[in-house]
Write a protein that binds this ligand. Sequence first.
Ligand code: AMP
Ligand code: ZN
Length: 496
Amino acid sequence: MPSELKIYNTLSREKEVFKPLNAPFVGLYACGPTVYNEVHLGNLRTFTTFDVVYRYLTHLGYKVRYVRNITDAGHLTDDGDGGDSKIEERAKLEQLEPMEIVQKYTTSFHEVCDIFNLLPPSIEPTATGHIVEQIEMVKRILARGYAYEINGSVYFDVKKYMETHPYGQLSGRNVDDLLEVTRELSGTSDKKNSYDFALWIKTPDNALQKWPSPWGEGCPGWHLECSAMSGKYLGHQFDIHGGGMDLKFPHHECEIAQGVGADGVVPVRYWMHANMLTVNGEKMSKSKGNSFLPKELFAGEHKLLEKAYAPMAVKFFMMQSHYRSTLDFSNEALQAAEKGYAKLINAYSNLQSLVYSTAAQKNEAEDKEINDLCEQIYDKMNDDFNTAEVTAVLFEMSKKINSFKEGHIAIGSIAEATFKRLKDTFTAFIKDILAIDKADAQDDNTAEGLMDLILALRKDARDKKDFATSDKIRDALLQLNIQVKDGKEGTTWSKN
Ligand code: AMP
Ligand code: ZN
């Protein structure tokens, strides 16, 4: 019997069987980056987690709408309603327009996602593109009596809300904790209570990002954009909401209150939180100065790095831990992952070259072992996306594949259907689910090397006036969409 997918729901603190609201459709939302600087490797761990969730649900046959936003306004430096806008601060520093900052770091984020083989989401909405929806949501919250306006800002009335609804359930905070935390954060604000949070923030006259609203010029509060955009594209209630563990409070707690406050429905059915990437046990974060960028990692250019690491080996390193465990970065751990990854990819390429042949004595025990592995790998993945255990099964499968390749086990000793199952399962996990098969930059170097060699051979042919051979090479390359140009400076090539 195949197992059912279970998801650890942060809200209930239990693994629950996943039952989508409207199967086969699944609504998945993940908080995206605030595009005021480059994403670091910690951010990337969280985005990779939800890419795997998206890919696995799709693999299971669900029609997933994956929404991951871009925060391009409203996120203030204290992550609440105090401080300056992170984007504006950066714009002033770099002497650029806020939208230039947004464009620059969105492009760079997409490049990193591509290198890491993360799929683009189905919808990637921006906060600035949904100001109208956010204003409408504030109006609905006001109309239901869960917010108040003071001096051009609108705050969510947490005390009023708590009279009839739980608040703090997701993060496990009670009112005393809230008072404690928010007292530290609160500055000179007009709020009735320090734990109230901003829905709409009046901006100073010289603000670069501001919009007209019924309450005057201002900008939306950070928590509001995710509520407005998830509601718009996935409905007032949807299946899965994800983000990093550090977003549980206040960001996600506020999202729940906003959804209930505006529309009377609990917005999310399953909350998923990815744990932190740490360095020597401390959360990787830009402000702690212990973060490095994916590009620095791939180039090996950072004081924490002994050498360069290939993107797919780094991704495999992440897959070797469960998303709810912290993952500590170290050169030793990465180098171990690099070796493991090379073994796996070697088995993957061996698998491609294996051809089934029936001429062998059947071995039922062997057949059963392989079928069991194919079942186990789904059991592990269905157990709250346990990629750590999945990679362990992949290693077991690799041993079998290599035994076939080396002739220790005759491929015909298992049923043809079993061989096909092994091939399909292994391929699906490497290629479609963990998505760690992408050719790395090293392989591009191989392509460069091969092209150099081919063009050198062609030059030899031309030097010997063997134009038939040189034309044959040129035409064959053209078939591969590679254009060869002979010029005064020598021969160059480009791929169309
Ligand atoms: P930000 O751009 O700061 O809003 O962060 C983008 C995402 O990265 C959020 O979901 C954060 O929770 C997550 N994140 C930030 N730091 C880390 C870290 N060290 N490890 C894992 N995820 C992180
Ligand atoms: Zn969010």
